[in-house]
Ligand binder design. Structure first.
Ligand code: UDP
Length: 483
């Protein structure tokens, strides 16, 4: 039997930047705490991606699972969401199930070599099929949600309780939430709204989530104190242990992100930071929609116009609009005439193409707010720095994160939702004003609340003995050692 000394954990992350990086940090933290061997099993190009993202992470093993994207109708040599056109995402989800056979071979090899199966397999919630693999080797599967508890619960419950197309009222109840708690139809992403159990999205998410709900417990990248409601509800809904071990933000990724931003964006990280140095405290709006999303052409135009009229300074990580090749050259016609030059000339704002040094920007004292798609990593990174959020959810569970940020945390105003919605420059200007004017009113309140959450997140990061995430991680380790 495996012991604390020779324990081995295998991890199976989903193929997306926002999943791989928290997995890597989870691996690093478990290894540091226990000396267990940790093997992350993932496809060849994602191994290269992880290797370039980490500088000194030699203690974590990376095991290659063969994968040929063309066999799944994906563009050649594409193994994660980042360079994938959005309509192809569903193909990648379905393709991920093909990793079952190579994962079985890997676990079999480890079991033979070590004389016993791994302590457990930690798999992405999207990789529910791993529960079958774990079971056949007589070990346990632990699901890891890289999202927050509230967003995770809303997301899994919505997929498990279809259809929502027939939701005939604007407001409706979601199982798992208190009876008087309502969501809005407009918060349903189009894939969930039109799902009926037979479409490609349902055929992936329904069974994978159901299988993940049969695992031995869930790990969640959150902190008990910042979303008590979501965590309590998620525990009730799953009837499983939920270990809250966040925030999982690797110092190493800061380095990789920095190198990458310099290489891909055409503007050096140092130049960005120097530009921020010249600005007043909390006076700059940072805009980014994460690693894989973008807004529509008409939304981009309205955002630029509203931004210009708001008079606020900004750094905008920008990609071609929805429907265009994400990797294509950026065309000036997607923005108001002369916008980029005007903003540069009067030192109002910088456009950073493709990839920005997000952690450096958020941690700079000149940054006052973050216009974000509310991806969970971005949410944690922003709140860790006490930066309030202007929400613009685009996919996945982001609309539920946005709802929680507004209603439960009080650190955000939601500007709009998704890529199909029309927005006007007036709305953009108004919301930017509300959130960025932090001397009084709502802007001040949101800033204060964000600062309070930053304190909770920082305490956790310091890893103090009485800290809830440390206790939770210890509870997880005790459980897998005793089962
Ligand atoms: N990120 C970055 N620079 C960019 C875009 C994204 O460093 O230009 C990082 C960001 O710091 C975060 C992650 O990529 O850690 C995005 O994760 P999130 O969960 O916010 O969104 P996703 O990309 O999964 O939609």
């Amino acid at each position: 039997k495996a012991t604390k000394r020779n324990g081995h954990i295998v991890m199976s992350p989903f193929m997306a930047h926002g999943h791989l990086i928290p997995f890597l940090e989870l691996a690093r933290q478990i290894h540091e705490r226990t000396s267990f061997t940790i093997t992350i099993a993932i496809t060849p190009l994602n191994i290269q991606y992880l290797k370039s993202a980490i500088s000194s992470n030699n203690d974590i093993q990376l095991a290659e699972l063969p994968f040929n994207s063309s066999q799944h109708g994906l563009p050649p040599n594409i193994e994660n969401t980042e360079k994938l056109p959005l309509p192809d995402f569903i193909k990648l989800f379905h393709a991920s199930v093909s990793l079952e056979a190579p994962l079985r071979s890997l676990v079999s090899k480890i079991t033979q070599e070590e004389g016993h199966p791994p302590l457990c397999i930690i798999s992405d919630v999207f990789h529910g099929w791993v529960t079958n693999v774990a079971e056949s080797f007589g070990t346990g599967n632990i699901s890891f949600t890289t999202c927050g508890a509230y967003g995770t619960l809303a997301y899994i419950s919505m997929w498990s309780n279809l259809p929502h197309r027939k939701t005939d009222t604007e407001e409706f109840w979601v199982p798992g939430f208190p009876k008087n708690y309502t969501f809005q139809r407009s918060q349903l992403h189009k894939h969930i709204r039109s799902a009926d159990g037979s479409d490609a999205w349902s055929r992936f998410f329904i069974p994978q989530i159901a299988l993940s709900m049969k695992s031995k417990g869930w790990i969640c990248n959150t902190v008990e104190e910042i979303e008590p409601l979501g965590i309590q509800l998620l525990r009730n809904y799953l009837q499983l242990p939920v270990w809250t071990v966040g925030p999982l933000q690797p110092p190493a990724s800061l380095k990789s992100s920095k190198n990458r931003a310099g290489k891909e964006s055409g503007i050096s990280v140092e130049a960005c930071i120097e530009w921020l140095h010249l600005k007043d405290q909390s006076s700059v709006l940072y805009i980014s929609f994460g690693s894989q999303n973008t807004i529509s052409a008409s939304q981009m135009m309205a955002l630029a116009e509203g931004l210009e009229e708001s008079g606020k300074s900004f750094i905008w990580v920008i990609r071609p609009p929805f429907g265009f090749d994400m990797n294509a050259e950026f065309l000036a016609e997607w923005l108001p005439k002369g916008f980029e030059e005007r903003m540069e000339d009067n030192k109002r704002g910088i456009l950073v193409h493709k990839w920005g040094p997000q952690l450096e920007i958020l941690s700079h004292s000149s940054t006052g707010a973050f216009l974000s798609h509310c991806g969970w990593n971005s949410v944690l990174e922003s709140l860790s720095q006490g930066v309030p959020i202007i929400g613009w959810p685009l996919a996945a569970e982001q609309a539920y994160n946005a709802k929680m940020l507004v209603e439960e945390m009080g650190v955000s105003v939601e500007l709009t939702r998704f890529v199909e919605t029309d927005i006007s420059k007036e709305e953009v200007k108004k919301v930017i004003g509300v959130v960025m004017d932090q001397k009084e009113g709502r802007g001040k309140e949101m800033k204060e609340k964000a600062n309070e959450i930053a304190v909770l997140l920082a305490t956790t990061e310091n890893g103090q003995e009485n800290d809830s995430s440390v206790r939770s991680m210890d509870g997880f380790v005790r459980t897998i050692l005793s089962s």
